[in-house]
Design a protein around this ligand. Structure first.
Ligand SMILES: Nc1ncnc2c1ncn2[C@@H]1O[C@H](COP(=O)(O)OP(=O)(O)OP(=O)(O)O)[C@@H](O)[C@H]1O
Length: 663
């Protein structure tokens, strides 16, 4: 082992990371920041700012073609990590600092991008570096691209192996001579020969073009999933980084099929925008709000954000449902019915009438209300009687609609009227916690109704937007049918809302995507999965739906003992009963999670499964998934939740498009 140069270099990197971790720990315990930026790479301005603390994990390392006197004081390599630090004369830059584009390989926007020779990516296991991967960016990289900071490693095989953890490195900068001229530089490369990075423009398959850290990426995609999304900084791809690191005072729509990394981009972008290490001109003018579809989604991204944006007060993560609950004061499980009965329930016009009604009520001064609820009721009832003597609208269709609205006390229990009541609530008394927002990121944006856009627009008045979605996954006819309409709802000119189309499928295997894509029109069946191999989806016809679903889920748990498994069902209650009968117990905090012994199973309806993923999924009775506009958005979403295995259990006939494979 001691003679293996790669093992030695790995040990050296582990020791360096341990030292970095200790430094970050010390910094976290420091009450007052004492350390500022040492040059303009980190802050862009040279001004001293709060030190950017992290957990002390390396993301990667960059070697230049030679020393750089201008930006690196004559050094030729540096680390990318989760906190800024100088480690024995080698700088660690924060992953959100502009210089990090040298590592992530987005389009060049730092002078050093032109001078990169090799990038090194770290893989971690159990909190420590388990491996590193080098990729050559130039054809003739330096023999020893990365300066060894510990040069006392003995060459003789009989000598002791370097300890792999807890080793304190020399505080003297190891290679004071310029890199490339040190002793080590005269030897062969210590790591494995760097692999030449894929060319962003070179030939190949669309899903593989421009991939970086490809081996590590494939290993990560094949690994079992946990119920929370992990940071993927080390394998973040150039096209993803490009969107993550776009300036905070710009708008963007990001569209992509299921599993193309939209949620990954949404969460990393949120962390980027609140990072103290980004350039002033890239910062949004205010706080950042990440809006997802459900509580489960907020839980799904929580771990990632705790890692990447620790201890910030500038980031609010909230689901659309929670937002409506806060504005109406009504919890989700106290309202009934579908999200909308007609397009009018959730239309922008209804918001306009409510706005008009509130303006009219307050035109001579705001009346005094004992409770906020009374004010909301006043506006709602004014709407219901179409303004009384002075109609809010003379359009027949709208007059009829307003006339048919239920009384306020019934409206409060009606799910389809929650967006309206939330909009009114926001007018009457905006939520204090949501003031000062400068950028809103909306994931699953295809499912936001026009009236909900009106609620969000009130919160993000004058701010910027990052919208992520997939129109093929729309779950309702009453949401916007095109991004152009969404732009109009936000009053943004088309040219100020560029559309980025993601084309690489990270989550599901090719057989799963091929199966689910049968629900799409032929022209939209894109297939760019990075995971080619995997079992074909299994279709099981049965007369006993719930027992079969639970049996199939148990089989998936056997096959994925370290992964996650879900049953997605439009009517989960019979499945829950079946689980209870077999000794499973629902989690009190989240009733979608069921446990027995050490096993965990999620039982969830399609609405709450949006944005989530599992290693194995059982989809129950596709026939029962409601189509919209002749499309199967909800079913399509459910079929594309699994990473590795999909089982369909059905009694009624399958939708026409899916017929063909059965057991
Ligand atoms: N650069 C990456 N490195 C490693 N894993 C990645 C990367 N990008 C995406 N993934 C993984 O791919 C999976 C799917 O990503 P994500 O959930 O962001 O897709 P999505 O487009 O939001 O899907 P959907 O629309 O179906 O909810 C996740 O497990 C995520 O960790």
């Amino acid at each position: 082992m001691a003679s293996d140069p790669h093992a030695q270099e790995l040990a050296d990197e582990r020791a360096a990371e341990n030292q970095y971790k200790e430094a970050m720990d010390r910094r976290a315990r420091m009450p007052i920041p004492t350390q500022g930026a040492r040059n303009t790479l980190w802050t862009g301005t040279g001004q001293v700012k709060l030190p950017v603390g992290g957990f002390g994990q390396f993301v990667g390392r960059v070697a230049l073609v030679g020393p750089d006197p201008e930006h690196l004081d004559g050094r030729s390599d540096f680390y990318i990590g989760d906190g800024h630090y100088e480690l024995d004369g080698v700088e660690v830059f924060h992953w959100s600092a502009r210089v990090a584009c040298t590592f992530f390989r987005g389009s060049t926007h730092h002078p050093l991008c032109e001078r990169v020779a090799v990038i090194r990516t770290y893989a971690h296991r159990n909190g420590g570096i388990s491996e590193f991967y080098d990729e050559a960016i130039v054809d003739d990289p330096p023999g020893v691209p990365f300066r060894r900071r510990v040069l006392s490693i003995p060459a003789a095989p009989t000598r002791a192996v370097l300890p792999t953890t807890g080793r304190s490195l020399s505080t003297k900068p190891a290679a004071q001579s310029a890199p490339g001229k040190s002793d080590a530089a005269k030897t062969q490369p210590l790591g494995p020969e760097p692999v030449k990075a894929a060319s962003a423009k070179g030939p190949g398959s669309p899903e593989k073009d421009g991939l970086r850290a490809a081996d590590l990426l494939h290993a990560r995609l094949a690994a079992p999933r946990s119920d929370q999304l992990a940071s993927v900084l080390s394998t973040l791809q150039p096209d993803q980084y490009e969107v993550v690191a776009a300036p905070g005072r710009t708008n963007c729509i990001i569209e992509g099929q299921p599993g193309t990394g939209k949620t990954i981009i949404a969460a990393h972008r949120a962390a980027f925008l609140v990072s103290p290490a980004i350039e002033d001109q890239d910062k949004p003018e205010g706080k950042v709000m990440l809006v997802g579809p459900s509580r489960q989604y907020s839980h799904h991204v929580a771990h990632l954000l705790e890692r990447l944006a620790p201890a910030t007060r500038d980031l609010i993560v909230v689901s659309l449902q929670e937002l409506l609950e806060q504005l109406t004061g009504r919890s989700e499980n106290r309202v009934w019915g579908p999200p909308s009965y007609s397009w009018q329930d959730v239309s922008q016009e209804l918001a306009d009438f409510a706005f008009k009604a509130w303006r009219r009520i307050t035109s001579a001064g705001r009346p005094k209300y004992a409770k906020l609820r009374d004010a909301v009721e006043h506006v709602y009832e004014t709407l219901r009687v179409n303004g009384g003597d002075r109609p809010l609208t003379t359009e027949h269709e709208w007059r009829e609609y307003l006339r048919r609205l239920p009384r306020f006390r019934d409206a409060q229990d009606d799910r389809s009227l929650q967006p309206l009541l939330a909009y009114i609530g926001g007018q009457v008394q905006p939520l204090r916690a949501l003031q000062g927002i400068g950028h809103v990121i909306v994931d699953e944006a295809q499912d936001v109704h026009p009236l909900e856009w009106a609620v969000l627009t009130e919160i993000n008045a004058g701010g910027y937007w990052t919208l992520l979605g997939d129109l093929n996954q729309r779950r309702s006819d009453h949401t916007e049918g095109s991004w152009k309409n969404v732009a109009a709802a936000l009053a943004i000119e088309d040219e100020d809302l560029p559309l980025v189309r993601l084309q690489r499928g990270y989550r599901s295997t090719r057989p799963i995507i091929q199966f689910a894509n049968k629900l799409l029109p032929k022209t939209e069946r894109e297939l760019a999965s990075l995971q080619n191999e995997g079992p074909e989806p299994l279709v099981v016809t049965t007369k006993t739906l719930s027992p079969e679903a639970v049996a199939q889920a148990s089989g998936l748990l056997d096959r994925h003992p370290h992964g996650t498994v879900a049953i997605i069902d439009t009517d989960p209650e019979p499945t829950r009963e079946e689980l209870r009968a077999r000794g499973w117990i629902a989690d009190r905090a989240d009733v979608t999670r069921w446990r027995r012994d050490s096993r965990m199973l999620t039982v969830i309806d399609p609405d709450h499964a949006r944005g989530l993923e599992f290693d194995g999924v059982v989809v129950v009775e596709p026939w029962a998934f409601p189509p919209n506009l002749g499309r199967q958005g909800q079913l399509y979403t459910a079929l594309t939740r699994p990473n590795r295995e999909l089982v369909i259990v059905h009694q009624k006939p399958l939708p026409e498009e899916l017929r063909g494979r059965r057991r």
